[in-house]
Design a protein around this ligand. Structure first.
Ligand code: 13P
Length: 378
């Protein structure tokens, strides 16, 4: 296989837009302006609505943070009323417009694109034209729910790199299979760890600068049993980092399934449900939600995971806030009130996660006291 093309770093995107890789590299190198700091990570917030985009971008602006706004295939369909390609155009234009108004750098990312199916290819090709970063998740054949052979994964991922890198669009590959339910388009019953033996081959042949190794994280709201701590394979993460750094120290790892699921959000939702009639089943579900513990994610950040993906906890935050707003005003015809409440909850939860990840003060001083900030729903 010929040498993989390098990422074109001279590509000019719309004002204040950058490739996800450019922003994450600053995190891996611990750079904030002229300052050298500890390694930090960029939460990639999966959004489903314009309100979610606004809340994320406002949080980046408040903190002077580097931003990643991510879209899953089903989110794009939602933005496009069933048509993912239309959704891509609409949602990406919205982010570009907001980025122009501000003074931080933002990347837009396609989450779990695949280059194995015809429909997946169409979305990835369109995303290369309007986003600044794409994931080529070819480690699983989602249609047939099978693990893809290494050579097939390499070939499909390399095809994306060939197109995307020329346009300055960074590419994230996946090696190993991540279990859990991300959304209707991306789910798997089983999980397999990344094989370090395959890693070198995959990175060298594909040329990706972003990789999601599988080290035990899971998508979705049930990452473990209630009361038990989720344990990731940090040892394997460090082993993978050593291999990747030898090939190219610019390679960044990505943690999927990084939602911590805020306990105060669960508690708040359960409290709202208490007086709402026959919702025992829903209360049980909320109580059974288990996220990945933050100390585990911190271990990953040290091991070079500078992109931490969250989707589930954003949806839970939205829903918990909505439950509270509906309970407080079940006959509120001015539905803008519900929008205000859910926006505020999302904005504050995004601030919290960015602060936890150390991603603030990158482009300007934070406009709030980050040390004393605490996200609560009320
Ligand atoms: P969560 O399900 O933990 O939010 O993970 C989302 C994710 O990894 C998107 O790719």
């Amino acid at each position: 296989m010929s040498q993989a093309p390098k990422l074109n770093k001279n590509q000019k995107f719309s004002t204040n837009m950058a490739s996800a890789h450019e922003l994450m590299l600053l995190g891996k190198q611990g750079k904030k302006g002229n300052q050298s700091v500890a390694r930090y990570a960029l939460p990639a917030f999966n959004v489903t609505t314009y309100q979610g985009i606004d809340a994320a971008v406002d949080a980046f602006q408040t903190l002077g943070a580097s931003g990643i706004v991510a879209f899953s295939n089903s989110a794009l369909k939602h933005f496009g009323n069933g048509d993912a390609i239309k959704g891509l155009a609409r949602a990406s234009e919205h982010v570009k417009m907001l980025a122009k108004e501000g003074n931080v750098k933002i990347a837009t990312h396609l989450d779990h694109g695949d280059y194995l199916s015809d429909s997946g290819k169409k979305v990835v090709d369109a995303a290369i034209e309007c986003l600044t970063s794409v994931m080529a998740d070819n480690s699983t054949d989602h249609k047939n729910e099978t693990h893809t052979p290494l050579e097939v994964n390499i070939e499909a991922t390399r095809a994306v790199v060939d197109k995307a890198h020329a346009k300055g669009v960074s590419v994230e590959g996946e090696l190993g299979v991540l279990a859990g339910v991300e959304d209707e388009d991306t789910q798997s019953e089983v999980s397999t760890y990344t094989d370090p033996e395959e890693l070198k081959d995959f990175l060298t042949k594909t040329g990706v600068l972003m990789l999601a190794p599988t080290i035990g994280t899971m998508h979705g709201p049930n990452k473990g049993k209630p009361g038990q701590k989720v344990k990731l394979n940090i040892e394997l993460a460090n082993e993978c980092l050593k291999i990747a750094d030898k090939i190219n120290s610019d390679i960044i790892f990505v943690a999927h399934g990084a939602s911590t699921l805020y306990p105060n959000v669960i508690e708040y939702a359960v409290n709202q449900l208490k007086d709402m009639g026959t919702l025992a089943e829903a209360t049980k579900k909320w109580n059974n939600f288990v996220g990945t513990d933050w100390d585990q994610i911190e271990g990953l950040i040290k091991a070079g995971f500078c992109k931490i993906n969250t989707d589930t906890e954003n949806r839970q935050t939205y829903l918990a806030a909505l439950l509270g707003a509906v309970k407080a005003g079940p006959a509120t015809i001015d539905i803008r009130n519900f929008d205000k409440v859910t926006y505020k909850a999302l904005y504050h939860s995004y601030l919290q996660k960015l602060i936890m990840a150390g991603n603030y003060g990158v482009w300007h001083e934070p406009k709030i006291d980050v040390k004393n900030f605490k996200f609560t729903l009320s």
